[in-house]
Design a protein around this ligand. Structure first.
Ligand code: SAM
Ligand code: CA
Length: 243
């Protein structure tokens, strides 16, 4: 369509290019495509998590569905998750893995994980999970000491402290195999990455915005990966290691 035709029908800004135009549309996606197919244990975990005071940080169910699909598409077997909380993305991954699949899961807080653990056990996938309590950076450095861990992971989901994402990338890129996938979560950071730094925003958004802006720039120029920025959830950037 020519520029003038867009103007004739009133499409003069970028609004027509964004998919989600309303909360009603998001609700439609959840009710039509996500909830009817959500595993009963994921549903239970989501509902328990909703009662937790920090529930806003949980992975939303449509994103869990995406992760589950990605893990299956790439036939992932050996995976890692940095930032578990109560385990929604962890369980979405675990359910997608084959019976002998593995997830090395890291979080500084065991108590959050403990909330979801009985449901993960009920789902019959707890044997796939090796949970390590503690800050992820030293754990990653420890993994890198053993050459056998380099290029050993098919899929890594990063969803922990945003100020360390670049530090995670510098390590995870060596741990994921060539052809493997890394997902960085919250890369649109409530949309704030596109706002001027002095625009009014919530304190926590303001505090970490610059780290996401910096990460997005870095990933866009990193020749070791191909990337795809998806506006699912709070934005997830998929990185496929190519060298
Ligand atoms: N992926 C989770 C889900 O599906 O609900 C959400 C993770 S939540 C956004 C971030 C998690 O990162 C929190 O559980 C927090 O305890 C953890 N975290 C924060 N700093 C961390 C660090 N330095 N190392 C490991 N985990 C960390
Ligand atoms: Ca997240």
């Amino acid at each position: 369509m020519a520029e003038e035709q867009y103007q004739e029908i009133g499409i003069t800004d970028l609004a027509h290019k964004t998919l989600l135009q309303s909360d009603a549309l998001y609700q439609y996606i959840l009710e039509t495509s996500v909830f009817p197919r959500e595993h009963e244990c994921l549903k239970e975990l989501r509902q328990i998590t909703e009662k937790h005071p920090l529930s806003l940080i949980a992975t939303p169910p449509d994103e869990g569905q995406l992760i589950n699909m990605l893990v299956k598409l790439i036939n992932a077997k050996n995976t890692m998750e940095i930032g578990v909380y109560t385990g929604y993305s962890l369980l979405s991954t675990a359910l997608a893995l084959p019976h002998d699949g593995k997830i090395l899961a890291m979080d500084v807080n065991w108590e959050y994980y403990e909330l979801g653990l009985p449901i993960i056990e009920k789902a019959g996938v707890a044997h796939k999970i090796d949970f390590r309590e503690g800050p992820a950076l030293p754990l990653l450095d420890q993994l890198l000491i053993d050459e056998n861990n380099k290029g050993a992971f098919d899929f890594v989901f990063v969803d922990a402290d945003k100020n360390n994402y670049l530090n995670y990338h510098k390590r995870v890129i060596e741990l994921v195999k060539v052809g493997g996938l890394i997902g960085y979560d919250n890369t649109l950071w409530s949309g704030s990455v596109a706002s001027p730094p002095d625009a009014p925003m919530m304190d926590y958004v303001k505090e970490f915005r610059s780290y996401l802006v910096e990460l997005n720039k870095y990933l866009a120029h990193d020749s070791r990966i191909e990337i795809c920025q998806l506006p699912v959830g709070d934005g997830i950037t998929l990185c496929r290691r190519i060298m």
